[in-house]
Design a protein around this ligand. Structure first.
Ligand SMILES: Nc1ncnc2c1ncn2[C@@H]1O[C@H](COP(=O)(O)OP(=O)(O)OP(=O)(O)O)[C@@H](O)[C@H]1O
Ligand SMILES: [Mg+2]
Length: 229
């Protein structure tokens, strides 16, 4: 399949065109993303790989509408404008701590549904189901600052799944997990989106995770190399 064919497909969830992201680090201009172009299509299972500092998080933040490219563009043709992404159509798992510290784990996972005006009981039941699937029921009533890094990561994944989003962007979701737990987490993600057209994009250093995805995008020095299979 040619790169042109891949780029011309109109039916995508996310479309990034010539996105550049520069940061100012104490007067020095750092180009974290150098003219990246890519698309996320329904059913995609994409691993974004590359060394630390190569721009994976910068790319994911732009794809998720959490950040804007310095130049270039991002759009979500099948999802709507940036205001319609969260909570709801796009689930984002941040690489850094992201749970609301004043809420317990169950409340954190129910929160996106409550923001979408779901009934409290229904939101709570969904959150409990997700915690059960993740094997996290024992921490349902704990506050985020009482959790280990791996428990926080798994709770963040559960929260991202709560609204059954069309796209899941997960930034290093297994970074603090042992091999068995990482494997289980990926299994939960795959099972959750099975029989749907949901797309999954995972930035990862974990070769086992990358191997289980269908496509591999490589980042190096801010340059994105997209594999069109
Ligand atoms: N908020 C920021 N302010 C200044 N520089 C930043 C900021 N965020 C990222 N950078 C810089 O941009 C570059 C890319 O960072 P990014 O976090 O995207 O890399 P990454 O591939 O996700 O790395 P890692 O694998 O360690 O998570 C790095 O040089 C980093 O120092
Ligand atoms: Mg990162």
């Amino acid at each position: 399949m040619s790169a042109e064919y891949y780029m011309d497909k109109p039916d995508c969830f996310i479309k990034v065109e010539n996105a550049v992201r520069t940061y100012n680090q104490g007067g020095i201009r750092v180009e974290a993303l150098k003219s990246a172009s890519c698309r996320v299509l329904p059913h995609d299972r994409i691993a974004v790989v590359g060394p630390s500092g190569s721009g994976k998080s910068s790319l994911l933040h732009i794809m998720g509408g959490l950040d804007k490219p310095t130049t270039g563009s991002v759009s979500w043709p099948l999802l709507g404008g940036p205001e319609s992404l969260r909570p709801g159509r796009l689930g984002f798992v941040s690489q850094t701590r992201s749970l609301v510290s004043s809420l317990n784990v169950l409340e954190n996972i129910a929160l996106p549904l409550l923001l979408l005006d779901h009934d409290y009981e229904e939101a709570k039941n969904t959150a409990e189901d997700l915690l059960r699937i993740m094997g996290l029921m024992d921490i349902a009533n704990k506050q985020p600052d009482e959790l280990s890094g791996g428990q926080l990561q798994r709770a963040a994944v559960a929260r991202a799944l709560s609204t059954r989003p069309k796209v899941i962007l997960a930034d290093e979701p297994t970074g603090q997990l042992d091999h068995t737990t990482a494997d289980h987490l990926l299994g939960v993600l795959f099972e959750h989106i099975r029989d749907t057209d949901t797309a999954l994009v995972i930035a990862t250093h974990d070769r086992d995770v990358a191997r289980r995805m269908d496509k591999k995008w490589k980042m190096q020095y801010g340059i994105l190399e997209v594999e069109a299979v």
